[in-house]
Design a protein around this ligand. Structure first.
Ligand code: RIB
Length: 307
C-alpha cells in the first residue's frame, strides 16, 4: 500500500488553557510544548503508523525546525526525499487547547508557501505508483489544483481534506475521489451558512452534484456522515475521553485511506477511520497523539467485546 501525501509540515506550539481566549483577553497558559505537526505531515505519520508505505512531498525552511521535522518523519519510516528546503522559515502553528479538548489554530505557512507545482511534477512516477494521493489546503491552492490534475490524468485516486476551509474552483470537484470536510469546511464549499442535522444531506449532495465521487463529513463527537451517488448514512462516533482534538481530522482521513486501500467494506472503513480519529483525541499534540495499527486493532476488539 503506497501513499503520497502532498502538504504542509509545521512546528506546532501547543498552549493548554482553561478556555479558548476571548476578544481582548490575556490568558495564562497552564502547559506548553513544541511538537511536530502540519496537516500534511500528520496524515503522512498516521498512514505510516497504520502500516502504509508513505512518501511525503513538502517544503521546510533551512533552519533547525526544518531539520528536526524531517528527522522525525524519517524516524516514522517516511520517504523524505521529496521534501525540499527553501529560503523561508519552516511553517508554524499556534494551537490553543481548552479543558474539554477543543482547539483553535493559527497557522504561519512559511516554507509551505514555497511548495510549487514544478517540484511536484518531479515525482510523477511515484505518484503514478501510489494507491492514493492525499492533499489538504495548507500549501498554495494552485499547487493543490495542479497536483489533483496530474494525479487524475495518470489515474491515481485522490483524497482531499479541504482544511483549512477555502473555496475551490468548480472544475476540480469531478477529479476528487474522496473529500473529507468538517462542518465548517462543508459550509464554505457549499455556500450554506450553518450545517445542521436537517441540511447536511442537502449540503453534502451539492458536492456530489458538483462531481465529487464520495464525501465524508467529519462531525467530531457526533460521528461522521457519508454520501455518494447511491447511498448516504451517519456513522456514530466512539465515546472516548477527549483531551485534545488536534489532528483528529488528519487521523480520520488517513485511517479511511488505509482501510479503502485494504479493500475493506465501506462500513468497516468508516468504522476504522472513526477509531483512528477517536484514539487521536485521547492524547495531546498532533503527531504525538496519532495511534499505531495495534492500538486501533485493540481498541476495535475491545469495543466489539463490550457490545
Ligand atoms: O490538523 C492539525 C494541524 O493543523 C496541526 O498540526 C497544525 O500544524 C495545523 O496545521
Amino acid at each position: 500500500m503506497k501513499f503520497i501525501v502532498i502538504g504542509s509540515i509545521n512546528m506546532d506550539f501547543n498552549f493548554k488553557v482553561s478556555h479558548l481566549p476571548l476578544k481582548g483577553e490575556t490568558l495564562k497558559v497552564t502547559a506548553f510544548k513544541t511538537t511536530p505537526g502540519g496537516k500534511g505531515a500528520n496524515q503522512a505519520v498516521a498512514l505510516a503508523r497504520l502500516g502504509g508505505k508513505v512518501m511525503m512531498i513538502g517544503a521546510v525552511g533551512s533552519d533547525e525546525a526544518g531539520i528536526s521535522l524531517k528527522k522525525s518523519l524519517l524516524q516514522e519510516g517516511i520517504d523524505i526525499k521529496a521534501i525540499k528546503d527553501v529560503d523561508t522559515p519552516t511553517g508554524n502553528a499556534f494551537i490553543t487547547v481548552d479543558e474539554k479538548g477543543n482547539n483553535t489554530i493559527l497557522v504561519y505557512p512559511g516554507a509551505n508557501g514555497g511548495l510549487d507545482s514544478k517540484w511536484i511534477y518531479n515525482f510523477t512516477d511515484e505518484i503514478k505508483e501510489a494507491s492514493y494521493i492525499l492533499l489538504q489546503l495548507e500549501i498554495p491552492l494552485c499547487t493543490v489544483i495542479d497536483a489533483i490534475e496530474l494525479s487524475h490524468k495518470i489515474g491515481t485516486r485522490i483524497i482531499l481534506n479541504p482544511a483549512p476551509a477555502q473555496k475551490l474552483p468548480k472544475e476540480i470537484f469531478p477529479q476528487i475521489n474522496i473529500l473529507t470536510p468538517n462542518e465548517t469546511e462543508l459550509a464554505l464549499l457549499t455556500g450554506i451558512d450553518v450545517i445542521t442535522e436537517d441540511n447536511i444531506v442537502k449540503a453534502s449532495n451539492i458536492l456530489i452534484e458538483k462531481g465529487v465521487h464520495k464525501v465524508v463529513v467529519t462531525l467530531g463527537e457526533k460521528g461522521c456522515f457519508y454520501i455518494d451517488r447511491e447511498n448516504h448514512h451517519f456513522v456514530k462516533s466512539f465515546k472516548v475521553d477527549s483531551v485534545d482534538s488536534t489532528a483528529a481530522g488528519d487521523a480520520f482521513t488517513a485511517g479511511f485511506a488505509i482501510a479503502l486501500a485494504e479493500k475493506r467494506s465501506l462500513n468497516d472503513a468508516l468504522k476504522f477511520a472513526s477509531a483512528v480519529g477517536a484514539l487521536t483525541v485521547t492524547k495531546t499534540g498532533a503527531q504525538e497523539s496519532l495511534p499505531f495499527r495495534a492500538d486501533v486493532e485493540n481498541f476495535l476488539r475491545m469495543v466489539k467485546n463490550e457490545e
